[in-house]
Design a protein around this ligand. Structure first.
Ligand code: TLP
Length: 352
């Protein structure tokens, strides 16, 4: 039987042999008292790679974003963010439930914010208003299609925020995908932001973990916030060891995932009844719509599963496919064939 092709997310990637080896031999200590040499090494490496003073290893991207918000804000403050961003959409309402902040949503274009809209969303001082404290940007933008915000746009947003006294945070879960797409060092993307969170456990293939980076002062506060949410891990070097390999060895290969996503997007765009906006296929994601086949997301995914292909749902009629290390060019060609077969079947049925 053919092995299942799992395009649900790049989070499904398994650790490499080199990671497992590093995990087995990593020097360990108690990280709550900063005595885990492997965690310390990962945090320093992450800070250096993103051009910031310090880093903090966290259990997940969700925890990294939450800890950043906790460290930047006080309860009742307002945080300006894109309407479809992950922090608002997929993080269990932690912004409200834990940090007690008010999200102020600004619609972007495929997830990319217009700096003028951000400027308009920042309110002046008024006895009636919450205090605007933070602007959060997501690059690459997940629900936007894995889209990339250009450097000049990020700089403009951060300059506006700073001039109005607000801090800036980047949800850079996939910052290295953005760096490859923009053809720049990830430091350039991180530069204008006060804090950046990025994930080791997505395309970079580490089994667990994300890193939050920023100034020494900010990370000091964030460390306390991490403890508050139960994220003080002990011999965490056993997982940080894989993160070091992820950063040192796994970044350049993300290029392949982008090429495969492009191949997939173009292949799907050619199939009648499948709607793909190729403009949004910029990194390792392909979003498409199956309404043209007279199907909803659930029934399409069921048919896809019969061919051992998995993808994630964006109901009512949307589907997301994410390319990663376990997806080959040959897999992509197979998936395009399968989708064509499903489409032909339905277009024929519909025309009867
Ligand atoms: N995204 C996941 C989940 O939404 C399922 C995915 O499959 O894409 N920021 C961004 C932009 C993300 O895409 C994600 C995860 C996170 C933060 C949160 O990271 P984790 O899953 O480690 O908490």
């Amino acid at each position: 039987m053919r092995e299942a092709i799992n395009l649900m997310s790049d989070t499904v990637t398994l650790p490499t042999q080199e990671m497992l080896q590093a995990m087995a031999t990593a020097p360990l200590g108690d990280d709550v008292t900063r005595e885990d040499p492997t965690v310390n090494r990962l945090e320093a490496l992450a800070a250096e790679r993103l051009g910031k003073e310090a880093g903090l290893f966290v259990a997940s991207g969700t925890m990294g974003n939450l800890v950043a918000v906790l460290a930047h804000t006080q309860r009742g403050d307002e945080v300006i963010m894109e309407s479809e961003c992950h922090m608002y959409y997929y993080e269990v309402g932690g912004l409200a439930a834990v940090a007690g902040v008010m999200p102020r949503l600004v619609p972007g274009r495929h997830g990319v914010l217009d700096p003028d809209d951000v400027a308009r969303a920042i309110r002046g001082a008024n006895i009636h208003y919450p205090t605007p404290r933070l602007v959060a940007v997501e690059n690459t933008h997940n629900r936007g299609g894995g889209t990339v915000t250009p450097l000049n746009v990020m700089t403009a947003i951060c300059n506006i925020a700073r001039s109005r006294g607000l801090a800036t945070h980047l949800d850079g879960a996939r910052i290295f995908n953005a760096a490859i797409a923009l053809g720049v060092d990830a430091r350039e993307i991180a530069r204008p932001f006060d804090s950046v969170m990025f994930c080791l456990s997505k395309g970079l293939s580490a089994p667990v973990g994300s890193v939050l980076v920023g100034s020494r002062d900010f990370i000091e506060r964030a460390r306390k916030c991490r403890k508050l949410v139960g994220g003080g891990m002990r011999q965490a070097g056993v997982i940080a060891a894989a993160g070091i390999v992820a950063l040192e060895k796994m970044v350049d290969r993300l290029r392949e995932d982008h090429e495969n996503a492009r191949l997939l997007g173009e292949g799907l765009a050619d199939i009648p009844g499948i709607g793909v906006d190729l403009e949004t296929v910029q990194t390792n994601m392909v979003y498409f719509d199956v309404a043209g086949l007279g199907l909803d997301t659930r029934s399409f995914l069921k048919e896809l599963a019969a061919y051992d292909v998995r993808a994630s749902e964006r109901p009512p009629t949307g589907v997301r496919m994410v390319t990663h290390r376990h997806i080959s060019r040959e897999n992509i060609l197979y998936v395009i064939d399968v989708v064509r077969e499903i489409a032909m079947r339905h277009l024929k049925t519909n025309s009867h």
